[in-house]
Ligand binder design. Structure first.
Ligand SMILES: C[S@@+](CC[C@H](N)C(=O)[O-])C[C@H]1O[C@@H](n2cnc3c(N)ncnc32)[C@H](O)[C@@H]1O
Length: 479
C-alpha cells in the first residue's frame, strides 16, 4: 500500500507541477472548477492515468476483499441516484438564476420545483452528494459542485446519463435472464434489452428507438457525448502525426473512401479537408442521410468531393471499386453472424487491393491495457451484450471475422494511436490469395464461439433474414 501511495504522491506532483507551471486551472470539487482536463503532453497524461489507476487499487486494498465485494455490488444504487437526479432535472430546477453558481437553494424550495415528494427527493439527492454531485454546505441548503454543474449545463451529458441510467441499466438488469433463456447470445431480439422492455422476439433495440423519437434522440446525443470524449477523437484516425491512418498514397491516386454507417459524414469532412484529391462517399440509412446538414462543409472544395448516399449495409454494397471501405463504431453493434454478413455484403463491390478498415475497440490480453482503459472497454463490451447481444473483439476475433466472411479477405493487422482507445483493424481484398499461407492464418477458435456459427443460424432463430433493414434501423445514431 505504501508503494502505491508513494506512486500516487509522485505522479500527482508531476501532474500538479505541470499544471501550475502552465497556469492551468487546478481540478477541484468547487462549482467553478474546469469540467475537463486540458489536452496534456503524453508523459503528463501518463502520470494522470497512473494516479487514476493507483488510487483505485489502493482503495480496493484498503477496503479489503470482503468489504470491497460487499459494497462494490451496491454501485448500482449510485447509478440509481444519479439517474434520478438527472431524470427529475434537479440541477436545472434552480432556474435561470443558477449561475453565477455560488448560489444555493434550500431543500424546501427545491422540493417545490420538482414532482418528487420531499422524502424521496432528499434521500436520492443525498446519495448523489455522497458521490460529489451537489453538496449540502448547511443542513437543508443545497449547492452545486463541479459535477452537478456539468450535469445541469451539458445536454449531451444529460443524455448520456439518461441513456445509461434508463435504458442500459434496465437492460443490464435482465442480462442473466436473457443468458439463461438463450445462452448463445447472438440475436438482436433476445438481449437483456428485450427482456427489460418486453420486446423479446419482437424487435431489436434500434426498432424500439425508431418508434420513440425522444428516446432515439437521447441515444444519439449520448453517443455524441461519448465520441467527443477523451480517447475517441476523430483526429486519432485523421492526423497521421497523432498516429492516424495515412491515406496519402490514395490521395495521390485520387482514390475513393466509403464511410459505411458514416452518420452525417463528420469523419469524411475531416479527411477531405486533409486529403484534397480523394473522393468520399458517406453511407447511412435514408432518415440519417436526409437529416444531414447541407453543404457538409463550408469549404466548397471539401463539400464537392463528399457524396451522401442512402444505403442499408445489410444489403449488397452499391459503391463499387472504391479503395477503402470503412466501418467506424459499426461492427461492435453486431454479434458475429451479423458482422460476417456486413463483410460479405462488400464482396461484389470489391476490387483487388481494396482495403477494409474497422475502427472499433480491439480488446487486448490481460495486463496490456491501463487499468482505466481496460475497465472502460470491458464495460463497453458488456453494454453491447446487454443491448444487442453484440460484442467488442480481440485481434483474433477480428481475424476470425474476416476468415468467416470468406476467402479473399487477407487480414493485415491492428494499429492503435497512443492515447486512443479505438484501433484500426485492416484487411485487404485479394481474391488471388485464396489458399496462400498469408491469407488469414488459422486462428484457434473456442469451441462453440459465435465465429463458428453459420450466419443462417441467426435467421432461423429470429425467423427473419438476419438483420434486415427493419431490424437494424436506427432512428438517429446508433450505439
Ligand atoms: C454508432 S453509429 C456510428 C456512426 C459513425 N460511423 C461514427 O463513427 O460516429 C452507427 C451508424 O450506423 C447507421 N446504421 C444503422 N443501421 C444501418 C444500416 N442498416 N445501414 C446503414 N447504416 C446504418 C446509424 O444510422 C448510425 O449512423
Amino acid at each position: 500500500m505504501i508503494t502505491l501511495a508513494r506512486k500516487i504522491a509522485s505522479e500527482t506532483e508531476t501532474l500538479e507541477t505541470y499544471m501550475r507551471e502552465n497556469n492551468l486551472p487546478m481540478p477541484s470539487f468547487e462549482v467553478d472548477a474546469p469540467a475537463d482536463f486540458p489536452t496534456l503532453p503524453a508523459d503528463i497524461q501518463r502520470s494522470r492515468q497512473e494516479v487514476i489507476c493507483a488510487t483505485r487499487e489502493l482503495g480496493l486494498l484498503a477496503h479489503g476483499p470482503r468489504e470491497s465485494l460487499r459494497w462494490g455490488v451496491w454501485e448500482f444504487l449510485d447509478v440509481l441516484a444519479l439517474t434520478a437526479v438527472n431524470h427529475y432535472e434537479i440541477g436545472k430546477s434552480w432556474g435561470t438564476k443558477l449561475f453565477p453558481v455560488d448560489s444555493t437553494i434550500t431543500l424546501t424550495e427545491l422540493q417545490s420545483r420538482t414532482s418528487l415528494d420531499p422524502i424521496n427527493l432528499a434521500r436520492l439527492l443525498r446519495l448523489a452528494m455522497a458521490n460529489g454531485i451537489f453538496r449540502e454546505p448547511a443542513p437543508g441548503v443545497i449547492a452545486h459542485t463541479a459535477a452537478s454543474r456539468v450535469l445541469a449545463e451539458d445536454e449531451d451529458m444529460q443524455a448520456w446519463v439518461g441513456f445509461n441510467g434508463e435504458d442500459i441499466f434496465r437492460a443490464s438488469g435482465h442480462v442473466l435472464q436473457s443468458l439463461q433463456t438463450y445462452p448463445e447470445a447472438t440475436s438482436l431480439t433476445r438481449a437483456g434489452f428485450q427482456f427489460a422492455f418486453d420486446t423479446v422476439d419482437k424487435e431489436p433495440m434500434f426498432a424500439t428507438f425508431g418508434k420513440d423519437p425522444a428516446r432515439a434522440r437521447r441515444m444519439g446525443r449520448a453517443m455524441a457525448s461519448l465520441t467527443g470524449g477523451e480517447g475517441y477523437e476523430p483526429s486519432f484516425f485523421v492526423d497521421v502525426e497523432r498516429g492516424g491512418y495515412d491515406l496519402s498514397d490514395l490521395d495521390a491516386a485520387a482514390g475513393t473512401f466509403v464511410d459505411i454507417g458514416g452518420s452525417h459524414g463528420f469523419m469524411c469532412v475531416d479527411l477531405a479537408t486533409k486529403y484534397r484529391n480523394m473522393q468520399f462517399v458517406v453511407q447511412d440509412l435514408p432518415k440519417t442521410v436526409e437529416s444531414a446538414p447541407r453543404p457538409l462543409s463550408a469549404d466548397p472544395q471539401v463539400a464537392a468531393r463528399i457524396t451522401l448516399q442512402a444505403h442499408d449495409f445489410f444489403t449488397e454494397q452499391v459503391t463499387r471499386n472504391a479503395d477503402v471501405y470503412y466501418f467506424r463504431w459499426i461492427m461492435h453493434n453486431y454479434s458475429t453472424p451479423y458482422a460476417v454478413r456486413l463483410l460479405q455484403n462488400l464482396v461484389p463491390a470489391l476490387k483487388p487491393g481494396a482495403r477494409i478498415l474497422i475502427n472499433d475497440h480491439c480488446l487486448r490480453e490481460a495486463g496490456h491495457e491501463t487499468a482505466w482503459d481496460d475497465r472502460v472497454m470491458r464495460r463497453m463490451d458488456v453494454v453491447m451484450l446487454a443491448l444487442l447481444n453484440a460484442q467488442e473483439r480481440t485481434e483474433a476475433e477480428f481475424r476470425a471475422l474476416f476468415q468467416a466472411a470468406g476467402d479473399g479477405f487477407v487480414f493485415k493487422g491492428v494499429r492503435r494511436a497512443t492515447g486512443c482507445r479505438m484501433s484500426v483493424v485492416e484487411a485487404v481484398w485479394r481474391p488471388d490469395a485464396v489458399g496462400e499461407a498469408e491469407a488469414n492464418e488459422p486462428v484457434a477458435e473456442e469451441e462453440g464461439s459465435p465465429a463458428a456459427a453459420p450466419v443462417e443460424a441467426v435467421s432461423a432463430e429470429t425467423g427473419a433474414t438476419p438483420a434486415t433493414a427493419d431490424e437494424s434501423r436506427v432512428a438517429d445514431g446508433g450505439c
